[in-house]
Design a protein around this ligand. Structure first.
Ligand code: SF4
Length: 62
């Protein structure tokens, strides 16, 4: 996965994602999908990046 690109419109600190540009703390995708896992989202914790994919070597992911 080439994650050297830094999309400066998508700041991200999720180091375990295979699309994360670790050097610059940006997403390397052109766009992402954001979703909610709640029926009535009211807090930031209610939202998720649906484009997340665990790095091949990350631990603790399913
Ligand atoms: S896909 Fe989502 S979680 Fe992964 S680097 Fe991009 S914004 Fe972050």
């Amino acid at each position: 996965m080439d994650n050297t690109y830094a999309n400066r419109s998508i700041h991200c600190t999720v180091n375990s994602c295979k699309f994360h540009n670790d050097k610059e703390n940006y997403c390397s995708l052109e766009s992402i999908n954001v979703q909610t896992h709640e029926p009535n989202p009211t807090k930031v914790e209610c939202t998720d990046c649906a484009s997340f994919m665990c790095k091949d070597n990350c631990k603790g992911c399913m």
